[in-house]
Design a protein. Structure first.
Length: 135
């Protein structure tokens, strides 16, 4: 009884090989899912970088906003602007609805980070508004 049966050794080795094959297959599956997760993260990072380039450049946001505010259709609106370190606050006590519509279409079609917007109807033709844009 001092000797090990060779059949037991072969069965043990076969069981170990089967066990390691199953483990290898599960690790391969995990590797594929992590690869897909990495690709999604890489895509998200490039999208966020693009958004940072569009919304994060303080000077280009200021310049484009100044272009919008200097248009002739908005001269009569008497908009007040208050520039802070983190953004700009635009307001008007009384603005014609055509001017407001023109201004809003230009702002919403641009790339601005609008954090607050209040529009209050004063009459059928006028409204007041306040808007905060962050850099």
């Amino acid at each position: 009884m001092n000797r090990m049966n060779p059949l037991h050794i072969i069965i043990l080795l076969f069981a170990l090989v089967v066990f390691f094959m199953f483990k290898l297959n599960s690790v391969k599956g995990e590797l594929k899912s992590e690869g897909l997760s990495y690709k999604e993260t890489l895509s998200l990072a490039s999208d966020l970088t693009g958004l940072r380039d569009v919304y994060g450049d303080k000077n280009s946001v200021k310049q484009s906003l100044e272009r919008v505010l200097s248009q002739s259709s908005l001269k009569q609106a008497e908009m007040k602007k208050k520039i802070t370190s983190s953004g700009i606050i635009l307001s008007s006590e009384s603005m014609d609805k055509v001017e407001l519509n023109s201004f809003m279409s230009k702002i919403f079609n641009g790339s601005y980070n609008i954090t607050a917007l209040k529009i209050k109807r004063l009459s059928d033709k006028t409204a007041s508004f306040q808007m905060e844009i962050k850099w």
